[in-house]
Design a protein around this ligand. Structure first.
Ligand SMILES: [Zn+2]
Length: 302
């Protein structure tokens, strides 16, 4: 399942490829599961909009849409723009659409197996494609998801989609410490609680607890300020390093329809049950914390 670094990398890769493009046409598949907003609403919200930016909020990919209908209309009626319009019949449709609020956003959650592909429209459409968004460059942004845990929706909230929890990459050490004050659950469960921090999943919780030297079952409220500051540092370092490594393989993810592994973070404890700790040689243990398989070194973590 894609975690924060993978989602961040996909969002950056898609942003680099489609920012500034106008959405000319939206096709949605017949499977109901991926659509969290009504199909007609998604279509109406996206069509004719310009993609202002693609970014990540928690584990959600957010496409900011500019309400450029009127601008676009003026543009096309005054002069022909740099983009060669081969399909003039789509223009009057755009011109008569009501202008939507500027804060309209398209939200994409990749779920377990969801992928966003940017490709030429001539590329054959792979099975399990649930959305095809045609762009003015002639390329397409496609949402492909075999297991259908991914979700597509649109929002037009004041201030935009904020997710709920705090952003782990930018939260300050002070705010991070305050977040866990009085939390009587295990620190592992607290890290995974998306209403506290959004986007931290099992791999990065285990890896950051290892680097901070903290046992996953310890009660969050009983951690010292110093330990929490160490955890803050470790979590951000692990996430940044994963994003850095993911960045180099982003083209595999968004440009092709292969199912290659996304990136390889050097895991120190995650899924290394029974193997020696890379620091001290002690056998890595697996326990279940809050229903999740949890990996730790009994010597390095206290
Ligand atoms: Zn160890």
């Amino acid at each position: 399942m894609p975690e924060l670094p993978e989602v961040e990398t996909v969002a950056r890769g898609v942003d680099a490829r489609v920012r500034g493009e106008r959405i000319e046409h939206v096709w949605l598949g017949e499977k109901p599961e991926p659509l969290k907003s009504p199909a007609a609403l998604i279509e109406a919200t996206l069509t004719g909009k310009r993609i202002a930016r693609v970014h990540r909020v928690g584990k959600t990919i957010v496409v900011d849409l500019d309400a450029t209908d009127s601008e676009h209309h003026a543009e096309t009626s005054n002069h022909h723009t740099k983009t060669t319009q081969k399909d003039p019949k789509s223009l009057p449709k755009n011109a008569k659409k009501p202008v939507k609020p500027a804060c309209a956003q398209w939200l994409i959650h990749l779920g377990m197996t969801g992928r966003l592909l940017v490709c030429d429209s001539a590329v054959p459409v792979p099975p399990h494609t649930h959305a095809i968004v045609r762009l003015n460059s002639g390329r397409e942004l496609r949402f492909v998801d075999a297991r259908r845990f991914g979700r597509l929706s649109v929002v037009a909230e004041e201030g935009g989609f904020t997710g709920g929890g705090r952003e782990p990459l930018t939260i300050s050490p002070e705010d991070f410490v305050a977040l866990f004050r009085g939390r009587r659950t295990s620190i592992k469960a607290a890290l995974l609680n998306q209403t506290l921090l959004h986007g931290v999943g099992n791999i990065y919780a285990d890896e950051s607890l290892f680097r901070a030297g903290i046992r996953p079952r310890r009660q969050a409220a009983r951690l010292s300020r110093d330990e929490l500051r160490r955890l803050h540092f470790a979590l951000q370092a692990v996430l940044r390093s994963a994003i850095k490594q993911g960045g180099s393989s982003v083209s595999d993810y968004v440009d092709s329809d292969g199912v290659r592994g996304f990136f390889q973070l050097e895991h120190r404890v995650y899924m290394r049950t029974g193997q020696p700790c890379l620091v001290c040689g002690t056998t890595i243990r697996r326990v279940v914390v809050g229903g999740r398989g949890t990996h730790y070194c009994p010597t390095c973590q206290r």
